[in-house]
Design a protein around this ligand. Structure first.
Ligand code: NAD
Length: 409
């Protein structure tokens, strides 16, 4: 999917065949075996991955995902998207992504800690604050980042907070990082509604995936006046046209660890949730949930891609054929809040000088607004979709930098 999107953009930019491979193929792909002692006395070997897409503009940057379906191909695609995202938003990074094929929900916390530490240790030859900096993604959180930072720091012999972002604030994390991705999604949703002349007050939203991105995007949209009428996670989906009670949902999720069992009246079909009528649809879970089969059925005005890669290229064609009745905020823009504030965290760690949350948010919104403006202007100028426009800006920036640096030796 990532390669297909790249080819579409490369065609649009009239890039020669000989120029494409340098931008397409990852700089470095690492696979590691991770043996750990389990709590039941057995030993289990997990497989971990890290792909660094390009190092032309600075260190690579990207999340670490713990999920049973993680593969090298998925991680490589996510790394490539990170490159275009960082370039689009003007960050001095290349893209990267990492992952371990595991199910953290079925593991004991001490096993997750051992796995994280072993992974970090295996990555030491390939990472560093000026080489590759990780962050949370699906299935990982601040605690995982804390173990990561501790393992790397023990190896270096002193605290190195700038090796990872999305850490707890107590360890050099930045204020506003946990909320940044969801906050950015809600900010861009509000901008998109403005463009469409739809009032945010009373507009309805459905969110797929109730984790870091989805749950915070839902909260932030509510604070902007929207009503959340549908949510889902990997265990259940709920729909209530009168609006769901997020406090009750959060309390249930905190107590049971998931949404299952929240309500029997509001129970909904998880796949059907995406095609219910709403003003804003936020896929914030996994890839490829909007495809050729359901793209024609979407009834939202705004598709805000909180997740990475939720829409397949075939679905993009369907949406384009619909004549632009759905305003798409493409993933590399929509969820860029996370990496933007990760960049702020890295800068603060390098300088050992920390900002207040208002300053973080103000700079975040400014960066997103600027990027949205660029995407809209490019889409208008070139007569292309928002996704192609966003990717064209990102790819072009990297292409230019690669050209200027030349080829060593
Ligand atoms: P998370 O693990 O905190 O939450 C993921 C949520 O999705 C959970 O509620 C899970 O139950 C749910 N889920 C999983 N499979 C599902 C399915 N098939 N149907 C419905 N729900 C499902 O992860 P996150 O950090 O919120 O990441 C979500 C997405 O956002 C990923 O695509 C990730 O790459 C992307 N993203 C995250 C960040 C970040 O800062 N965390 C930044 C940019 C992009």
């Amino acid at each position: 999917m990532a390669c297909q999107q790249f080819d579409t953009v490369a065609d649009h930019l009239q890039m020669s065949e000989s120029e494409r491979p340098r931008l397409k193929y990852p700089k470095r792909s690492v696979i590691v075996s991770l043996p750990i002692n389990c709590e039941d006395g057995s030993t289990k070997v997990y497989t971990g991955f890290r792909v660094q897409h390009h190092l032309t503009l600075g260190p690579t940057k990207g999340g670490l995902r713990f999920h049973p379906d993680v593969t090298l191909g998925e991680v490589a695609a996510l790394a490539m998207w990170m490159s275009w995202k960082c370039a689009l938003t003007g960050l001095p990074y290349g893209g990267a992504k990492g992952g371990i094929a595991c199910d953290p929900h079925r593991m004991m916390p001490r096993e997750v800690e051992r796995l994280t530490r072993r992974y970090t240790q295996e990555m030491i030859p390939f990472i560093g604050p000026q080489i590759d900096v990780m962050a949370p993604d699906m299935g990982t959180n601040e605690q995982v980042m804390a173990w990561f930072m501790d393992t790397y720091s023990m190896y270096r012999g002193g605290a190195v907070p700038e090796i990872v972002t999305g850490k707890p604030v107590e360890l050099g994390g930045t204020l506003g990082r946990r909320e940044a991705t969801g906050r950015g999604v809600a900010f861009l949703v509000a901008r998109a509604l403005e463009r469409l002349g739809v009032k945010a007050g009373g507009a309805t939203a459905i969110v797929q995936g109730y984790g870091n991105v989805g749950a915070i995007a839902a909260r932030e949209m509510v604070s902007r006046g929207l009503k959340i009428i549908g949510v889902s996670d990997h265990t259940a989906a709920f729909h209530d046209p009168a609006g769901l009670d997020l406090d009750a949902l959060d309390a249930h999720a905190a107590k049971t660890g998931a949404l299952r069992g929240f309500s029997s009246e509001a129970l909904a079909d998880p796949a059907g949730l995406l095609t219910l009528k709403c003003d804003v649809l936020v896929p914030a879970a996994v890839e490829r949930v909007i495809d050729a089969r359901n793209a024609g059925e979407l009834k939202c005005r705004v598709l805000a891609e909180g997740a990475n890669g939720p829409t397949t290229p075939e679905a993009d064609l369907v949406l384009e054929r619909r004549g632009g009745d759905v305003f798409v905020i493409p993933d590399i823009l929509c969820n860029a809040g996370g990496v933007i504030v990760s960049y702020f965290e890295w800068v603060q760690d390098l300088q050992q000088y920390y900002w207040g949350e208002a300053e973080v948010n103000e700079r975040l919104y400014k960066a997103l607004d600027r990027s949205l403006g660029l995407v809209e202007a490019r889409a208008r100028k070139d007569g292309v979709s928002n996704r192609t426009a966003a990717m064209a800006i990102g790819v072009e920036r990297v292409r230019k930098a690669v050209g200027l640096r030349g080829l060593f030796p």
